[in-house]
Design a binder for this molecule. Structure first.
Ligand code: PDD
Length: 282
């Protein structure tokens, strides 16, 4: 539960959450017309900030909006929101603002709505999680981190109702990513992850895992993963800013590998934690 007294940022002001209000004519509320970012914070410092802000630029460009703040302004604002040294997450959202009426087409001369808050991040369940596969019912521009998340919400809810932590999305026979995470699978000792494109979010955690694999000579292929391959994988992982590298130990009710986090995950997770430590101590 987020405290109502938490200081958040809204349109240039820092104010308690209970005072942060937006109009019901905000296009985020009416149309889901906006984009967002989730940035982990370790040791009081945002992790991979430049990469998150670059993706934000791309998401904004994808929906034909200008970047409302400079990188420096974002950094200064985050520094005011981050409280203490414990692990946290910054959530930021930009919508196309408040139009004069409800009209799908863009309003003219309207300022965007810019919101950000910083809340604690939960520790990840290192013992692994269960997942299900579901048909991908999302739109075609999944590379944009849009706030329009109804399909993802329904897919995640289906997973939760089945006692699972995530739904892995299948499109045209390929496993793409989770409802709110990227996907990795180990097949014959090779780490596989789908290539970046319009059908997945270019995850910042995904990129770091790819970078770690390349730096440490872990065999890696960025290629499409067949649904069948996923079901026969030795290991399956999900990655995200809030869940780091999360091992899947059961998929669609069947054990993955030996039903516990696999050896490559143990290695990758240790390397990933080292990156967090460097930030904490840096
Ligand atoms: N979601 N794919 C989807 C569809 C996502 O929503 C996310 C992250 C990712 C992983 O991206 P990253 O590693 O940059 O966090 C992949 C965030 C955490 C969310 O919606 O809360």
């Amino acid at each position: 539960m987020i405290s109502q007294d938490l200081i958040v940022y809204l349109n240039g002001e820092f104010l308690p959450l209970h005072q942060a209000k937006v109009s019901v004519l905000d296009r985020g509320f009416l149309f889901g017309d906006g984009v967002y970012e989730v940035i982990p914070v370790y040791g009081g410092k945002p992790f991979r900030l430049a990469e998150h802000l670059e993706r934000l630029d791309n998401s904004l460009a994808g929906i034909r909006m200008d970047q409302p703040l400079t990188s420096e302004e974002w950094g200064d604002m985050f520094a005011r929101l981050i409280q203490g040294m414990e692990d946290q997450q910054i959530y930021l959202q930009i919508t196309r603002g408040v139009g004069p009426k409800r009209d799908h087409a863009f309003p003219k001369g309207v300022a965007p709505t810019v919101f950000a808050m910083c809340t604690p991040i939960a520790p990840i369940p290192a013992s692994g999680v269960k997942a299900i596969t579901v048909p991908d019912i999302r739109w075609q521009w999944c590379h944009i981190k849009a706030v329009t998340l109804l399909a993802n919400v329904l897919q995640r809810q289906q997973a939760v109702e089945g006692g699972c932590a995530e739904a892995i999305l299948i499109r045209d026979g390929f496993a793409l990513e989770g409802a709110a995470s990227n996907l990795f699978a180990v097949l014959d000792g090779v780490l596989l992850t789908p290539p970046k494109g319009n059908d997945i979010l270019p995850g910042i955690t995904r990129d770091l895992v790819v970078e770690i694999a390349q730096d440490n000579h872990i065999p890696l292929e960025q290629r499409k993963i067949l649904e069948d391959e996923l079901h026969n994988a030795e290991e399956v992982w999900l990655t995200s800013s809030t869940r780091e590298v999360l091992p899947v130990i059961e998929l669609d009710g069947k054990t993955v590998g030996k039903g516990q986090p696999g050896p490559l995950w143990l290695r990758m997770n240790a390397l990933y934690q080292e990156h967090k430590e460097v930030l904490r101590k840096g």
